[in-house]
Design a binder for this molecule. Structure first.
Ligand SMILES: NC(=O)c1ccc[n+]([C@@H]2O[C@H](COP(=O)([O-])OP(=O)(O)OC[C@H]3O[C@@H](n4cnc5c(N)ncnc54)[C@H](O)[C@@H]3O)[C@@H](O)[C@H]2O)c1
Length: 274
């Protein structure tokens, strides 16, 4: 979708990080916004940062709740008249090993990261199909093509989001709806601070600090790259140099790279226990 001016965008996870930066930059491009999140204070903060010329609506929506997402889609069209772009961005993470994680924590991550995207896509599709051109942008991750240890539910959800995106691309080929599968590497946001942590595992503040140190891309840059992907109707969008490198390593050395990463995590866990 080359021209974003005047387009109506429905965006989840708009209260923080990549979502907030997407909202700001989409508003600067002339878009009208329907912003959703579970964090009402964060949403209000985002709205304060937007250009006032655009029409903006805010909605408290838990993306893991199918009824709420479908009701939101209807509300967006009632308030804005139509919708042109949907960005399923809301996401959460956890830090436990798969053999130790509770089903409650597993489902929390999976329901938001996977079902949130499925509901967000299916709820809006009938409305998107009515438009001359429309885009769905579903945020996966590098974890959508390479699983990192201590991220089991996130890896599973993000792989599933990638599969969903690829299926939608095949099935919607002859329609007006373009799908972009987005795969960011480390982006300096609140994702680790908002994660659920393993009991007796890494300290939250330490890990958040370590993540801020290694995450190579700012959320502003990530949003810019994602919007570039929308403008070019990209089917797949990597975000950050680390994502490009990991993508290459996975293709060149699928097992060798996985073994190396597994070894590095094992060493780190040993160090933590001593
Ligand atoms: N930060 C990274 O390194 C990174 C890397 C790859 C992919 N991603 C993905 O990018 C997306 C945005 O994450 P971020 O890094 O900006 O994190 P963030 O924690 O800064 O923002 C996530 C937002 O999602 C919202 N949210 C959480 N649960 C929700 C729910 N049930 N319903 C509605 N909103 C909910 C949060 O309130 C928050 O505003 C996520 O899908 C994440 O998995 C992030």
């Amino acid at each position: 979708m080359k021209n974003l001016n005047g387009k109506v965008v429905a965006l989840t996870g708009a209260a923080s990080g990549i979502g907030r930066c997407l909202a700001i930059q989409l508003a600067e491009s002339g878009c009208h916004l329907a912003l959703a999140d579970v964090d009402s204070n964060g949403l209000q903060e985002t709205i304060k940062l937007l250009l006032s010329a655009n029409k903006v609506s805010s909605h408290i929506v838990d993306v893991a709740n199918k009824e709420q997402v479908y009701a939101w889609a209807d509300e967006v069209v009632a308030e804005h008249g139509h919708v042109d772009i949907v960005i399923n961005n809301a996401g959460v993470a956890s830090t436990s090993r798969l053999d130790e994680i509770s089903y409650e924590d597993f489902n929390w991550v999976f329901n938001i990261c996977f079902y949130g995207v499925l509901y967000g896509t299916k709820a809006f599709l009938p409305y998107l199909k009515e438009r001359p051109e429309a885009n769905v942008v579903n945020i996966s991750s590098v974890n959508g093509f390479f699983p990192f240890p201590n991220n089991g539910p996130y890896n599973a959800a993000k792989h599933a989001v990638k599969a969903l995106n690829q299926t939608f691309i095949q099935e919607l080929r002859k329609t007006n709806v373009r799908i972009t599968s987005v795969h960011p590497g480390g982006i300096k946001t609140n994702i680790v601070r908002n994660a659920r942590f393993a009991k007796g595992g890494e300290d939250k503040a330490d890990l958040a600090q370590e993540f801020d140190r290694v995450a190579g891309t700012s959320p502003e840059k990530a949003a810019k790259i994602i919007i570039g992907g929308i403008r070019k109707n990209r089917k797949r969008q990597l975000v950050g140099k680390d994502a490009v490198v990991i993508d290459l390593l996975v293709r060149l050395f699928p097992q060798g790279f996985a073994d190396l990463v597994g070894l590095a995590f094992e060493k780190k866990e040993k160090k933590l226990k001593n």
